[in-house]
Design a protein around this ligand. Structure first.
Ligand code: LLP
Length: 425
């Protein structure tokens, strides 16, 4: 459930018309609904309320500081994967004991920065990483809390680019080696084993893969207990899918909780979840303006001022995003068209062969379900400044990231130094 809806003929975010925002900030822009974000967080909190749990929102889905601040003030923790995301967590005042640090390539600098801030645990993805954490923590005489991320070899039945829990994926420690690596970790002086972690993929629309993965790690939990290895936190990752408008019917957080908790009866563990998309995906839209409407020989093209640099998902994953007119005109016909951006690539599209109301020059349209992996995956390709980001609260809105300027975009570039009379180093 989200708060994007038509009031009269105009598409609103909560009680704010998207046309009013476009007027004030220009296009393209991302628009986030604070109420929707909080509602989704609350759905997870309620679903798991009967057990000790932490909802650690996955920052990579949308790391805007206003989004993070909303969630952290709402009681969420954060799942981070880089020093940059740690800095975001720090800036919104997320307490260390609500942060988990995932990712296959943590550097010594990132590990040290996380230890400085404090964190609930590192989700360790390999043996070399475990040794690196031990060494880095040892330099300052600290002990790093760790969970091992186990690759359960389960097929999440989602897009291959976003499935992570298969043997051939780069993620996690193979299930078969887990016990051995846990034993080894117990012998290291500067790590303390506190958890077990598992994340199998993203945009999962069925419960079975979650349950399969949990059953796989449950066996391991029993073996760890027998070996006297204490596991306090069981992190089941993120991955819950959302409806994009193609008839997907993913389970609700409540259904997910029911299925997982049924498996977890009797285990005295705190559960951690790392949802990203399920919290922010349908809490955001990308609003663009139609620059031209073009009749090709074979196709009709709606050319907008947002392109694949703003929203990469359609190009990268052939992802479907619903497109809505910001102003509805009931007298307009519908026609099949490609909605494309201005980028010089045929792969630059937001929708293909889509039956849509006929758009005219100057019309505004909204690309739905763009709150997750939208802005966070955007780029400056074709020297395009990144879009503005706006947050709505009721009938108020605020720009929470200004549109990039060309000066900002170019400020780190220089000519080769000899041109300025300096010898290159
Ligand atoms: N935890 C870990 C360890 C992850 O790798 C991810 C996502 C999450 C949590 C959050 O997953 P979510 O709840 O958002 O599904 N760019 C792709 C999605 C990549 C997901 C990467 N990892 C897309 O646009 O579909």
């Amino acid at each position: 459930m989200d708060y994007f809806h038509y009031l009269g003929d105009r598409l609103h975010c909560e009680e704010t018309g998207l046309d009013r925002i476009a007027e004030a900030v220009g296009t393209p822009f991302y628009c986030y609904s604070e109420r929707t974000i909080l509602r989704h967080l609350e759905a997870f909190e309620r679903a798991f309320q009967e057990v000790d749990h932490r909802i650690c929102y996955s920052v990579k889905a949308n790391g805007n500081l206003a989004v993070l601040d909303t969630l952290v003030r709402g009681g969420a923790g954060l799942d981070i994967v880089s020093g940059g995301e740690l800095e975001r967590a720090r800036r919104v005042g997320c307490p260390g004991d609500r942060i988990v640090f995932s990712g296959v390539g943590k550097t010594a600098v990132e590990i040290n920065a996380a230890l400085d801030h404090g964190l609930l645990m590192f989700n360790v993805e390999s043996l070399p990483e475990l040794h690196r954490i031990n060494t880095v923590a040892g330099v300052t005489g600290r002990v790093a809390p760790v969970a091992l991320r186990i690759n359960p070899d389960v097929d999440p039945r989602t897009h291959p680019h976003i499935s992570t829990g298969l043997r051939r994926n780069k993620f996690g420690i193979p299930h078969g080696q887990a016990l051995e690596v846990y034993r080894l970790a117990m012998g290291l002086p500067h790590v303390q084993v506190v958890g077990l972690d598992c994340h199998i993929g993203s945009q999962l629309t069925e419960l079975e893969p979650f349950v399969d993965a949990l059953r796989r790690v449950k066996g391991l939990l029993g073996a760890l207990r027998e070996a006297g290895i204490p596991i306090r936190y069981l992190d089941l990752g993120g991955g819950l899918g959302i409806p994009y408008g193609q008839g997907e019917a993913p389970p609700s957080p409540e259904q997910l909780a029911r299925a997982l908790l049924a498996e977890l009866q009797g285990l005295e563990l705190a559960i951690i979840l790392e949802p990203g998309r399920a919290i922010v995906g349908n809490a955001g839209v990308l609003v663009a303006r139609v620059i031209y409407s073009k009749e090709g020989e074979e196709k009709r093209f709606v050319i907008t001022d947002a392109g694949m640099n703003d929203l990469l998902r359609p190009s990268l994953y052939s992802a479907y995003h619903t497109i809505l007119p910001v102003e509805r005109h009931f007298d307009r016909e519908e026609a099949v068209a490609d909605v494309v951006g201005p980028i010089c690539e045929s792969g630059d599209f937001l929708a293909r062969d889509r039956l849509l109301p006929v758009f005219r020059e100057g019309d505004l349209l909204a690309v739905r379900s763009a709150g997750a992996y939208g802005f966070s995956m955007s780029s400056n390709y074709n020297t395009r400044p990144r879009a503005a980001e706006v947050m709505v609260r009721g009938e108020h809105f605020a720009v929470v990231r200004r549109r990039e300027t060309l000066d900002q975009l170019l400020e780190n570039e220089t000519l080769f130094p000899e041109k300025a009379g300096v010898t290159p180093t």
